[in-house]
Design a protein around this ligand. Structure first.
Ligand code: BGC
Length: 363
């Protein structure tokens, strides 16, 4: 019977499908569980390569392996579109909604709408401040920032820079993760600033993590500092690459350590080339698997307990959480990311990087 309904749905017999959908939804009245249908909204495809190359892939695989229907869409950075997609998912009978918000305000509106319809929700990767998500699945984002701060210190020590001048290129001011990344990194760097061991010469957020805007901002930082920047705390690989492009133009790439995050192919290649000091690898497969498992339980009406909670700094609520452990990646352990299957040797070790790949032990 169910197979028949799916066949009708895909054959475009909308009128019949509508009836079939009603019949399915009767589950609510009879107390029988509804057929799980998970709606996922990804934020964009430009602020980081991860959303389309990793998150979508791993989420799709996890739902497919469980034989659960899922609709994964990308809001492409458009907050109105984000709401429209959510409305459609709710109308189309999503039994669980999972979102990566574009900001807490619009994220909260979506979560509240779902809640009003008794649809459980998951904040995926980014916590929606003041929101009502049933769960939060992410990495320990303050630990991500700490790895970046520690990484920068290590690379500055290796570069032998005396009293280095630091520029901080932070993530989007509307992303709670960016706040946590910065807090984690500054926890390491502030004592150095206070002791006048390092100096902070520039510190700016990049709206919406926009890589092009990051280039403009870093160019201004570089000019204002008369080129005296010895280290760049960049919140992710895209922002790091924007800084590296400016450093290249000024022929100082490789002399100025730059941090990153996401272990993107571009970030890893920048590390192999010596232009980027480090990145933070977040095993997105673990994140996607954990979120999919939770979503499937919720869709079946089960509740899962989690070991961790995260304090929503706006509402004070402790949100049940799964927080995974990030890993720092330098030249010497780029190979770990390949071994883990996150990037392939083929995409990383293209002609220009083949020799460096060998040197880094990637085989
Ligand atoms: C994610 C990062 C990503 C950034 C830009 C953050 O919320 O945690 O992995 O690089 O958004 O998309």
């Amino acid at each position: 019977m169910r197979k028949g309904i799916l066949a009708l749905a895909t054959s475009g017999l909308l009128a019949v499908t509508g009836l079939a959908a009603c019949a399915e939804d009767k589950g609510a009245d009879t107390g029988a569980p509804k057929t799980p249908k998970i709606g996922v909204i990804l934020p964009d495809s430009k602020s980081s390569a991860r959303w389309e190359t990793a998150d979508r892939k791993y989420l799709e695989a996890a739902f497919k392996a469980a034989g659960v229907q899922a609709d994964i869409q990308n809001a492409q950075g458009d907050k109105t579109q984000f709401q429209t997609i959510a409305d459609q998912m709710i109308t189309n009978g999503a039994t669980v909604l999972m979102i990566v918000n574009l900001d807490s305000g619009t994220g909260k509106a979506v979560l509240d709408k779902a809640k009003a319809q008794n649809i459980p929700t998951i904040d995926y990767d980014r916590l929606t401040l003041g929101g009502s998500a049933s769960y939060y699945v992410s990495f320990d984002n303050k630990a991500v920032g700490k790895l970046q701060g520690d990484g920068l210190v290590k690379c500055l020590t290796d570069s032998g820079a005396k009293n280095p001048a630091i520029a901080q290129l932070n993530g989007s001011p509307t992303d709670n993760n960016a706040t946590l990344f910065k807090a984690g990194a500054v926890g390491v760097l502030q004592p150095k600033y206070d002791a006048k061991e390092y100096s902070l010469v520039a510190d700016q957020p990049v709206p919406d993590w926009d890589n092009a805007q990051a280039g403009v901002i870093f160019e201004q930082m570089f000019t204002q500092a008369s080129g005296k920047i010895n280290g760049v705390l960049a919140a992710n690989d895209g922002l790091g690459n924007a800084a590296i492009t400016v450093l290249k133009k000024n022929k100082v790439n490789g002399k100025v350590p730059v941090t990153g995050q996401d272990a993107t192919v571009q970030g890893l290649q920048n590390i192999l080339a010596g232009d980027q000091c480090m990145t933070v690898y977040k095993a997105v497969k673990q994140e996607a698997d954990a979120a999919a498992a939770l979503a499937i339980s919720l869709a079946k009406g089960e509740t899962k307990s989690t070991d961790q909670t995260t304090k929503d700094t706006e509402s004070g609520r402790d949100v049940p959480s799964v927080l995974l452990v990030p890993q720092a990646i330098f030249f010497n352990n780029v190979k770990d990311v390949v071994t883990d299957g996150y990037v392939t040797k083929a995409e990383l070790c293209t002609a220009d990087f083949a020799a460096k790949c060998t040197e880094a032990g990637i085989s």
